[in-house]
Ligand binder design. Sequence first.
Ligand SMILES: *Cc1c(COP(=O)(O)O)cnc(C)c1O
Length: 263
Amino acid sequence: MTRDKRTLAVHAGTRRSQFSEMSEAIYMTQGFAYASAEAAEARFEQAGTDEFIYARYGNPTVRMFEERIAALEGAEDGFATASGMAAVHGALAAMTKAGDHVVAARALFGSCLYVLEDVLARFGVQVTLVDGLDMQAWAEAITPQTRLVFFESISNPTLEVIDIAQVSALAHAVGAYVVVDNVFSTPVYSKAIELGVDVVIYSATKHIDGQGRGLGGVILGTKDVIRGIIEPFMKHTGGAMSPFNAWMMVKSLETLELRVRAQ
Ligand SMILES: *Cc1c(COP(=O)(O)O)cnc(C)c1O
């Protein structure tokens, strides 16, 4: 990471309270107080920056994690989730509907394969699995009906390294989104967005926590995608990250580069 990013790893997203604490606070709260019924109504209509409504929608400590990891990834925005799978399922379910076509690499983490082959298929999404290393196979599978392509940039556990730029070019040529599960790359090595990925997903449970303590995940992308497509789905379906885990992940991001490089 650049020196700028090392600074962001320690400071990005920090929301300091009136006590000027050095270490980020854990806002262990579901709800938030309002000065008046009118203020509550206004916030429910349109919450401003740093205005929170309910912790399933957002929470100050969770927001610190979202902004810090978005800054490291070079993404405009992010939505944190209870686990990596809440992020994978949330992104795929939010971005598809019955009748859509999805193309995915076959070498996937078992639970990702379940979401594609069992869950999405049950809701009328047609899924084509391809050998992710075979660009001809991607080119033949992607059609004008393809809504999105999905793959692990480095697959778990088979460690296939997929050519992000080439697959992204094929997908974008038909207007499909590129959604990448980027777990093994981590924001330390990731160039996913630069190479054309629209939505980057992490299981924070892995290298981001890195110390085997808790589950977490995040969906990263443009403000339009995160606030327009992902947030409405996630906030109503309940896969929110806990403020305690968000605090753990915020602290973990400070040492991510040191740990991942050493590893
Ligand atoms: C672990 C993992 C997940 C799931 O993450 P959880 O936090 O365990 O839900 C998804 N994709 C990949 C590539 C993983 O390694």
